[in-house]
Design a binder for this molecule. Structure first.
Ligand code: 6CS
Length: 339
């Protein structure tokens, strides 16, 4: 009698919870590739804040190194150990070849406002990429730029000839190696954890990254000659494990979408002016650092090498890559025409 009363009470309670739509509070795990206060961390914490302020769920953020390298956190997300991950196409490019589009040099302009508008409005970014990520069991939530790429080296450079025989570290996607080969260098793909030590010991002679990261990771200490070539932007992507996302209630899906949109807006505001601030800090800290901004003729010598990389991209990705590239260019034209 007592037992059956208990069962009945429990069933009624469960029913009431179900009827009132009260979702069970969950703790979601989210890993990214950077350190405290860096761009991906700013995004992650804005996302966490929105989720925690608007639901009973909590988000635990893991930074670079806490769960391994970039490829490790992607694997953990695909296996469902993590619910969310921020991984840059620099690494995802070996999993989703089309994501290497960001490594075709001189495809994106250098003007920040135009680039930000492109990310906001691009059909290639906001409609085509989610389908490509879904094929790898990933729900793409946002793609966003972190900053213009700058090359750092052990000696001053201003032409492809100056890169001859220089071992330049690249992220681990095959197209970026093609880019640096086209630029005249010897590309050396390495995970992030090996970059500072590699520069310090001379295993590599240079690398590319946005200024905020060159400052935050102290790269200028071991690779002091900075060159603005204008050849691209560091882009990144935040996503969820597909099965986890598909299993969320409609209300939670909306919550995740809203949190992603809010984190995106917040992060875009954060990156405005960030490169100038970081460069100032670098110059205050080091007398050894040189900054070279290539002029139009010098840039042209690098730009002339871009078509062979684009061709390689098309070879690696076939019709799907062609379609994506065409849309990407059309989206760029639309935002450039607006100016
Ligand atoms: O160069 C890299 O590998 C790293 N760069 C940045 C800006 N973020 C994370 C990434 O792993």
């Amino acid at each position: 009698m007592k037992a059956s009363k208990l069962v009945t009470t429990a069933s009624v309670s469960a029913l009431l919870v179900g009827m009132s739509g009260v979702a069970q509070a969950e703790n979601w795990r989210y890993a990214h590739e950077e350190y405290e206060g860096d761009v991906q961390d700013v995004f992650a914490y804005a996302f966490k804040e929105h989720i925690e302020e608007n639901s009973d769920h909590t988000v635990e953020v893991y930074r670079f190194g806490e769960l391994g390298e970039s490829d490790d956190i992607m694997e953990q997300t695909q296996n469902g150990i993590l619910q969310f991950v921020n991984q840059s196409p620099g690494f995802t490019g070996s999993l989703i070849p089309e994501a290497q589009i960001f490594f075709i040099p001189y495809l994106l302009p250098t003007d920040e406002e135009t680039v930000l508008e492109f990310f906001d409005e691009s059909k290639a970014i906001n409609e085509m990429f989610p389908e490509l990520y879904a094929e790898q069991d990933l729900e793409l939530l946002k793609m966003y730029p972190e900053g213009e790429m700058v090359i750092t080296t052990d000696e001053k450079i201003s032409s492809p000839d100056d890169l001859d025989n220089k071992k330049i570290r690249t992220m681990t996607n095959p197209l970026l190696s093609e880019t640096y080969e086209a630029f005249g260098a010897s590309p050396t793909p390495l995970p992030w954890g090996e970059v500072y030590g590699g520069l310090e010991t001379g295993v590599i002679d240079g690398q590319e990254n946005p200024i905020f990261w060159i400052e935050s990771g102290g790269l200028y200490e071991v690779s002091p000659h900075l060159t603005f070539t204008g050849h691209g932007w560091f882009t990144t992507a935040m996503m969820a494990n597909q099965e986890f996302y598909d299993g969320l209630s409609d209300e939670d899906k909306e919550l995740v979408q809203e949190a992603s949109a809010e984190a995106y807006d917040h992060t875009i505001e954060h990156i405005k002016g960030l490169a100038d601030e970081a460069l100032e800090k670098i110059q205050e800290d080091s007398d050894e650092v040189t900054v070279t901004r290539l002029d139009e003729d010098q840039i042209q010598a690098f730009r002339d090498r871009a078509p062979q990389v684009e061709e390689e991209f098309l070879e690696m990705t076939g019709d799907r890559g062609k379609e994506l590239l065409e849309q990407f260019k059309a989206d760029l034209e639309a935002v450039t025409d607006d100016e």
